[in-house]
Write a protein of this length. Structure first.
Lengths: 228, 142
């Protein structure tokens, strides 16, 4: 039978042995280092930021389409520098107008392949007086402009492209409420960029058909930027 | 999920009847033609132009304000302007920006007349794919 003294002596030796083993363990691991490759994968969510600034440069406003010396731009009461509407003000049907410095779109993405820009009317050009409307593709047009330096060279006869009425699902469309459009299929882009950030500048043209009825008209133009 | 961002801008105007609004009108304010480079497309009566006046003698000028692009001359678009039966051939549009700042005399007539305009577009094979635009301008002198 083992006495308490014998037990403590054995435990003391065993502990000492065990302690050595512990101390030797790193020494054993060191020469067995293995070289290899590790692949780490992660997903970064695409980020798209669009800042829209109407009437972005002094001298913004509507100019009647004329040959020769260009009239000074004017605008309606709901347009102001760096904000408000693209407000052509009081116009006659059957005439054509250019709206200078209408919108500045500042687009930033983290996509190395760039972005597509879509621009569509949420509806047709709507007359609040009698509920009639004019097809937006026959009424509101866009064309490239400048930042203001150099000055915008466009006139009311400069080539422009019609906005189309969206085929997407429109929500929240009223005079005072900016709508949103939900797309199941995107339309043809109005601009496509292969760089991640870009500033785009547009003028608008308005050609209200001669048969249009009198009244206050409006339409929301909705811009959508999608990372490529 | 597609990463996208959306913003909207309101376009508005207060529209009144034009005192001269019926004097010279077109039934459309824009015409879209789909074409392939290297081909010719004819659009019969793409739009109409109406002079609506009792004045017995007037002149109607027309032309394009500018080319479609540097590599796509406006003269590649021809018109055949007629009242009831097309002319034997179509005529390339004058381009105001290229042709010395002048328009082409299209018609001399009087009273109310409505013209059909057939468009013939020939797209050079060298034109890159894309969207191009120009403005056709009509001016009435009386």
């Amino acid at each position: 039978m083992m006495t308490l003294r014998q037990l403590s002596g054995r435990l003391g030796r065993m502990s000492a042995i065990a302690l050595v083993i512990v101390l030797l363990f790193p020494a054993i691991a060191s020469p067995s280092t293995v070289n290899g490759s590790a692949t780490v994968k992660w997903r970064t969510n695409a980020i798209v930021k669009l800042t829209l600034t109407p009437n972005y440069f002094s001298g913004f406003g509507a100019v009647k389409a004329v040959i020769g010396t260009q009239p000074a731009p004017t605008h309606g009461p709901n347009a102001f520098l760096d904000g408000g509407s693209v407000d052509f003000g009081d116009i006659y049907s059957g005439e054509s107008f250019l709206y200078k410095y209408a919108v500045h779109l500042s687009i930033t993405t983290n996509s190395s392949t760039g972005f597509n820009l879509y621009g569509e009317g949420a509806a047709d050009f709507y007359n609040q007086a009698d509920g009639s409307s004019q097809p937006i593709s026959q009424t509101v047009y866009y064309l490239p402009s400048t930042s203001g330096s150099p000055a915008d060279p466009n006139t009311g006869f400069s080539p422009a492209f019609p906005f189309e009425k969206t085929a997407g699902v429109v929500a929240g469309n009223s005079y005072g409420t900016p709508p949103t459009i939900t797309y199941s299929t995107y339309p043809a882009p109005i601009a496509s960029s292969s760089v991640s950030s870009e500033d785009l500048y547009y003028d608008y043209e308005l050609k209200v058909p001669a048969a249009a009825t009198s009244g206050n008209y409006f339409v929301w133009i909705v811009y959508t930027v999608v990372a490529k | 999920m597609v990463a996208q961002s959306q913003q909207a801008v309101r376009v508005e105007a207060s529209v009144a009847p034009n005192p001269l609004g019926t004097l010279l009108v077109s039934n459309l304010t824009s015409v879209t033609i789909n074409a392939t480079a290297g081909t010719t497309v004819v659009v019969p009566c793409a739009y109409t132009v109406t002079v609506n006046t009792a004045i017995t003698y007037w002149l109607l000028d027309d032309g394009l304000y500018s080319d479609f692009a540097a590599v796509f001359p406006g003269a590649d678009l021809a018109n055949n302007t007629y009242i009831s039966a097309p002319q034997p051939t179509a005529t390339p549009f004058f381009v105001y920006s290229d042709d010395g700042g002048r328009w082409a005399l299209r018609e001399k007539s009087g009273g109310k007349q409505t013209y059909c305009v057939d468009l013939t577009l020939t797209v050079p094979v060298s034109v890159p794919g894309g969207t191009y635009s120009t403005n056709a301008v009509y001016t009435l002198y009386y």
